[in-house]
Design a protein around this ligand. Sequence first.
Ligand SMILES: Nc1ncnc2c1ncn2[C@@H]1O[C@H](COP(=O)(O)OP(=O)(O)OP(=O)(O)O)[C@@H](O)[C@H]1O
Ligand SMILES: [Mg+2]
Length: 284
Amino acid sequence: MFTIKNLTYRYPTNKTDTLNGLNFKIQPGEILGLLGPSGVGKSTTQNILIKLLDDYRGEITYRDRPLNDYGSEYYQEIGVGFERPVHFGKLTADENLKFFKKLYTTTADTDQLLKRLGLYQDRHKKVGEYSRGMKVRLNFVRALLNKPEMLFLDEPTAGLDPKNSRIIKDMIQEFKDRGGTILLTTHLMNDVEELCDRVAFMVEGRIVEINTPKNLKLAHGQRKLQVEYSNQDSTSLKEFGLENLGQNQEFLELINNKKIITMHTQEMTMDNIFIEVTGVKDHV
Ligand SMILES: Nc1ncnc2c1ncn2[C@@H]1O[C@H](COP(=O)(O)OP(=O)(O)OP(=O)(O)O)[C@@H](O)[C@H]1O
Ligand SMILES: [Mg+2]
């Protein structure tokens, strides 16, 4: 869908580059997670890909054509969820959606989207009176307004309660199942594990690692087996490396002679992979 080569960008007011030669691809039909510490340039990257920022260096192609060749027709096929929801506060949700619908040739059934996101009963309320979570949900409706094929979502579930976050994640998955492509920026590792086909880690304005969650875990994981067993009146825990486990005498003795309570393989969590790859503990 997208090929990004040596993307470099400096904000006109800054003395240093924010993006330092970014290279990655977004494959059609995938959910690609864009992860990295705060301030690394994730939202900047999204804003370049949605043509809000120009004057970048490097090459970006969308559907095998330079992004610069596209005009306003580009906005008919992409959907954007901005990091900070921007709505007209003095208008109701319904009026906001009607306004933005006018910009598009194809539009979604917004009543259905509002119902799904639990906003239908508040559709005639001024958005300025919405709670933060309600604005975030309305922002997601906006992203789907033109029935896009490509979605850019910048922290779509940030600050939502678990129920609403679940609804949005289900809708993201359904969008993908219908053949859609998504660039998903998030700090929530659960969302990454659940949704992303691949994960790209950004450090110092570059992509330093890009892989499937499974391969990341294999590459960074400890590959251990934790065995919990009965030891007379108490329980004990022991860890074994998975390598050559079948020849590990201590392990064999344990499973032959003790009452096993649980056995779990220890995988690296995405949180730990994030810290290992970026060298930073995320702020959320
Ligand atoms: N409009 C702007 N003008 C100048 N500098 C900016 C502007 N917007 C962002 N920056 C700077 O660019 C860098 C990257 O910001 P960006 O918002 O892309 O980070 P991010 O990875 O999305 O962070 P977060 O996880 O906190 O959302 C930061 O140093 C930020 O201060
Ligand atoms: Mg951001």
